[in-house]
Design a protein around this ligand. Structure first.
Ligand code: AMP
Ligand code: GLY
Length: 425
């Protein structure tokens, strides 16, 4: 098969690494890719949101399957575009309607309520109902959770301790704090617990497989302090997500989600990302995403003992059949090296050295690029995802930290406590 992978982050590096190992892969193109993805295929200077340009490339190069890394092209309707324009091309992902599970938090909450899926109690408000929103906030207990309905580059969720401040923020959000994304705001109950990420590959016809479960680390500072980031590391498996917990996830969340999509007539042939929280042993849904997670993918791909291309193609054709998706018994750990200053402003163009010395880990590039002189330099906040496997999480983490010691770029920062919360005895 000839495959086009859309995206440029660490997640796409890990997907490209896995796709390049498949016996079914004849050619792999990554658009636009990064400074590391050229090791697994050919980088192509294409904007994934320019569907006509993507179509031209697909048709000129005889692409059989498009794998969409991030949500933007899905929310913008790339699945429907190709279903209409080039129906012979497989697209791994949901239809535009399915992508609303991530593109609209109000839609996702309604869907969960309709399907009886456990999630925080909520109500949605617009400018016209701002006063009702303030009254609803007063019925909840602190902290207060306010979510912009639409995509807001991961910044649209506010968690506020004080009622008056929450009421003011609600009004500000409804007046355009996140532009059109916060024209509707979901106000919900705060849930207390540890989060984990469950990924499901579905074929849209009732067939699905659950991928290895992972946990990511969102805050910049050790001990989960400071600003939110795109993700500072990930581990898989997650010790608390044991068989009993995962059985509850399957029965109460995965199966009702698959059934609910079918009942709503929503076409969905791709990855579903369940952002879950463990509330006293009971899984509840914090959010849906319609793609794989980043940096979870950089750990999860190392634990899939199967041909991912075969699985994705079967899902995109609408028939996973009996294809197995075995999980490796090894543990995987990813530690992100980020630019100094991230998630605030940070310099770019810093020369990265030492990657070639790494022997015990796989270094997935994220925010990197190759200069015309052939040097690898930083080009983003999250720069490298240093990923390792070992029989235990402790050993996998030790390998990643050991590998990081031999990599350098000016201002490099990473969290030394990735995985500590789930491994500490
Ligand atoms: P979301 O964009 O919905 O994933 O929200 C971003 C983050 O806010 C989540 O990963 C959680 O850490 C936190 N969060 C969202 N909703 C809640 C909630 N109802 N209770 C507690 N934390 C939440
Ligand atoms: N790691 C969380 C995300 O990809 O949204």
């Amino acid at each position: 098969m000839k495959i086009l992978l859309l995206g440029s982050g660490g997640r796409e590096s890990a997907l490209a690494w896995k796709i390049s190992q498949s016996k079914l892969t004849d050619a792999l193109f990554i658009a636009p890719g990064n400074g590391g993805t050229g090791a697994y295929g050919t980088n192509v200077a294409l904007n994934p949101l320019d569907f006509n340009a993507v179509k031209d490339f697909v048709s000129t190069n005889g692409i059989d399957m498009i794998v969409v890394g991030n949500e933007d092209p899905l929310v913008a309707g790339i699945f429907d575009f190709f279903a209409q324009e080039m129906p012979q091309v497989l697209v791994v992902g949901p239809s535009k309607e399915g992508a609303r599970l991530e593109g609209s938090k109000d839609f996702a909450k309604k869907f969960m309520m309709d399907c009886g899926i456990p999630t925080a109690r909520y109500r949605s408000f617009t400018k016209e109902t701002a006063q009702e929103g303030c009254d609803f906030l007063a019925t909840l207990r602190a902290p207060y959770v306010l979510k912009a309905d639409g995509l807001a580059a991961g910044k649209g969720v506010l968690i506020i301790d004080n009622l008056e401040e929450a009421q003011n923020s609600l009004r500000e959000m409804l007046s355009g704090m996140f532009g059109g994304a916060s024209a509707t705001v979901v106000v919900e109950e705060f849930l207390s617990g540890i989060e984990c990420s469950v990924f499901v590959l579905t074929d849209g016809n009732g067939g699905y497989r659950i991928l290895p479960v992972a946990k990511d680390y969102k805050r910049i500072g050790e001990g989960d302090t400071g600003l939110n980031t795109g993700g500072m590391g990930a581990v898989s498996p997650v010790p608390f997500a044991d068989e009993e917990f995962m059985n509850k996830v399957t029965e109460r969340i995965v199966e009702p989600t698959i059934k609910g999509l079918a009942e709503a007539g929503i076409t969905y042939r791709g990855f579903i990302f369940l952002g879950l929280i463990n509330v006293g042993g009971e899984p509840m849904v914090i959010e849906y995403n319609v793609r794989m997670g980043d940096p979870e993918t950089e750990a999860v791909m190392l634990r899939i003992d199967a041909d991912l291309v075969e699985l994705m193609a079967a899902a995109a054709r609408g028939n996973l059949g009996t294809l197995p998706l075995p999980h490796s018994p090894l543990a995987a750990a990813t530690v992100m090296m980020v630019s100094g200053g991230y998630p605030g402003s940070y310099p770019k163009g810093k020369v990265i050295t030492g990657i070639d010395n790494v022997k015990d880990s796989i270094v997935f590039h994220a925010g990197t690029k190759t200069t015309p002189e052939g040097q690898t330099v930083t080009s983003g906040g999250r720069v490298l995802a240093v990923s390792s496997t070992a029989p235990t999480l402790e050993e996998a983490l030790a390998k990643s930290f050991g590998s990081i010691a031999s990599i350098d770029f000016e201002g490099a920062y990473f969290r030394r406590d990735i995985g500590r919360d789930v491994t500490a005895k």
